[in-house]
Design a protein around this ligand. Structure first.
Ligand code: FAD
Ligand code: MG
Length: 298
């Protein structure tokens, strides 16, 4: 069968796009392999009516509401490839399955975080190590906060985080602030630590930064900026234009979330420089409506 739309990625952005299309009684297939970006966090914050709820519960509830609509199919699988066969015909290849065909394609694959290499960091990601102060800063109760620098971009983090607690910038050899930057840090009351870091330790409530000289900094949370990668192969196969963000490339879209390839829409983290659940849901709604209109009006 030919679906009206195939949606690759069934998380916040993809589910939101799907809901609009389902409500327009269009046939859709959602292909999802369940690797949501925030699966490491026990609680999600900052999304209306769902503040503090486990992200898995928000997704389960959205999915069960969506699946009540007719003409919505779901495939728990990884899409390997997508290509445009004709003006109104996209083919998606899924390992071990027959090719799936649709008239429109929505990419809502999210991004993958590439974490800094530091022993003890990845086990703490989403628990005491974070990237987004709006998501996880408040719960630190104005405690002690470390910013692990990865480049001079970490200045931004270091200057923001004093709004959430007493902040120490751990340079760890990644860059050296110039005189102007040191002045800005001092103005915000940020402590600068130059000693290299051996590893992170600590339980669920705090993170210990073990420095190379043997000192231990006891922190309530640590923030760092991971690089992000999108599944760039899709963009190449389809010919979508990319945009360059400070942390990684993302798919260029216009205000209706259309990519540069006719019939292909993109929403959520994959199509913005930095995202959140609320933004992914908003972008998804726009992409779903725009895909529907393009089915009607070409
Ligand atoms: P995702 O939620 O990442 O979902 C993408 C989906 O696409 C996944 O299910 C994935 O498996 C699927 N997929 C990808 N490629 C394929 C493929 N080829 N085939 C099939 N399926 C595929 N934001 C907040 O607003 N509040 C928070 O509290 C918060 N906490 C966070 C905590 C952590 C640790 C992290 C890393 C992020 C957090 N975020 C938070 C950000 C939030 O997770 C993202 O903004 C949001 O998940 C983006 O939604 P999305 O639908 O674009 O992508
Ligand atoms: Mg979350």
């Amino acid at each position: 069968m030919t679906y009206d739309a195939i949606i690759i990625g069934g998380s916040f952005a993809g589910l939101s796009a799907a809901l609009q299309l389902a409500r327009a009684r269009r046939s859709i297939l959602i292909i999802d392999d369940g690797l949501r970006r925030n699966r490491f966090a026990a609680h999600s914050h900052g999304f209306l009516t769902q503040d503090g709820r486990p992200p898995s519960e928000i997704i389960a509830s959205a999915r069960s509401q969506l699946m009540r609509y007719d003409a919505v199919d779901w495939l728990d699988a990884r899409a390997e490839m997508a290509r445009r066969a004709d003006k109104d015909e996209f083919h998606v290849i899924v390992k071990g399955e027959s090719e799936r065909v649709a008239r429109r394609l929505i990419l809502s694959t999210g991004v993958t975080d590439i974490l800094p290499q530091l022993p003890g960091l990845k086990e703490r990601w989403g628990r005491t190590v974070f990237h987004c102060p709006y998501c996880h800063g408040y719960e630190l109760e104005r405690g002690k906060i470390a910013v692990l620098a990865t480049s001079s971009l970490s200045m931004h983090h270091a200057l923001m985080l004093p709004d959430w607690g007493e902040t120490t910038l751990l340079l760890n050899g990644s860059f050296e602030p110039d005189a102007g930057q040191l002045y800005q840090l001092a103005q915000r009351g940020v402590t600068v630590e130059r000693c290299g870091i051996e590893r992170l330790d600590g339980g669920d409530e705090q993170v210990d930064v073990i420095l190379n000289d043997g000192r231990i900094l006891k922190m309530d949370g640590l923030f760092t900026l991971p690089k992000t990668v999108i599944p760039v192969a899709f963009a190449r196969q389809l010919g979508c234009t990319l945009d360059e963000g400070p942390l990684g490339n993302y798919l260029y879209t216009d205000a209706t979330k259309a990519t540069t390839v006719n019939g292909v829409f993109a929403c959520g983290d994959v199509a913005r420089a930095a995202g959140s659940v609320a933004m992914a849901v908003g972008d998804g709604a726009m992409a779903g409506v725009a895909a529907h209109r393009s089915l009607l009006f070409g």
